[in-house]
Design a protein around this ligand. Sequence first.
Ligand code: A2P
Length: 340
Amino acid sequence: MHKDHIRLAVVGATGAVGTEMFRILEQRNFPFASLRAFASERSVGKTIRCKGKAYPIEVATPEVFKDLDIALFSAGSETTKLFRDAAKKGGCLIIDNSSAFRMERDVPLVIPEINGDDIKAHKGLIAVPNCSAIVMLMAVCPISKLSPIKRIVVSTYQAVSGAGAKALAELEEQTQDFVAGKQPVAKVLPHQIAFNLFSHNTAINEAGYNGEEWKLIHESKKILHNDSLAITATCVRVPVMRAHSESVNIEFKDARPTLEHIHKALAEFPGVKVVDDRENNYFPMPLDASGKDDILVGRIRNDISNPKAIDLFVSGDQLRKGAALDAVQIAEYLVKNDLF
Ligand code: A2P
């Protein structure tokens, strides 16, 4: 299909990620012949702007997909499950931000800078990985090319944007209540998030890991095509608006690369920016990463407890590279390689 003929849609257009998608489609001047915005009945009457035009929010139904070529989904797992078959029948390719189908064998799980070529095997649905996996792997991938990695230990500091637009509003509201001397009330997130932090709000499995940790572990292996990678994670929600940070310990199979080589590999990798100013104590921060496309990497140092390991710290915008930007980059890859 010629790129000027693409009939594009965003499903979940009013959400935290969906809104960001419209911004990114405009900023990157993504080529589409038509664009439609879908959400639930609650949002009918609203509009959303892109490239100087206002698009009315429509209710998504199974019938709409026969008139679409690509749909960027960010409306939760249940919504993708609801429309997957209708989209396939209608010949519409889904790029899905939910976790519904990520681990299915015939579903490519893609960070274009890392495993873009996996897109070629798609069967009508391509999944965007979990945001914490994207933020971590953008730093891990260039380092893994210097020397094979044996084990990763990661701890996350995750923004509330990952829990959606309502959670973002809740952090603001609780902060205002706290400052005004009122007791903050948790309605969307399970605990008070303002002036607090808590273990990620996903269910704990039999192994004792929460859902976010499990996704980070298993999706990383799939994206890196490395089932034998040893990886453990602790995921924590912090009172930050929209960029995730992560502390990552990487152990190599053999001797660790030099810090100089690691700096160079990171600096040359597209989508990564090294922020590692020891003199001024300036390192990746979520505020600096917010609204940016690059994943910031710093605190790069040898692990003094293990001669084969290093430590680093990353911050990345969860709504952009961690979700909406990755989805749009997958669409760009499809267009560039004539793959749908
Ligand atoms: P709505 O705003 O009408 O509820 P977030 O992750 O930020 O909470 O956003 C979730 C997005 O998914 C919203 O745009 C929401 O629309 C949308 N959504 C929820 N259920 C459906 C559905 N059945 N069909 C289409 N969009 C949906």
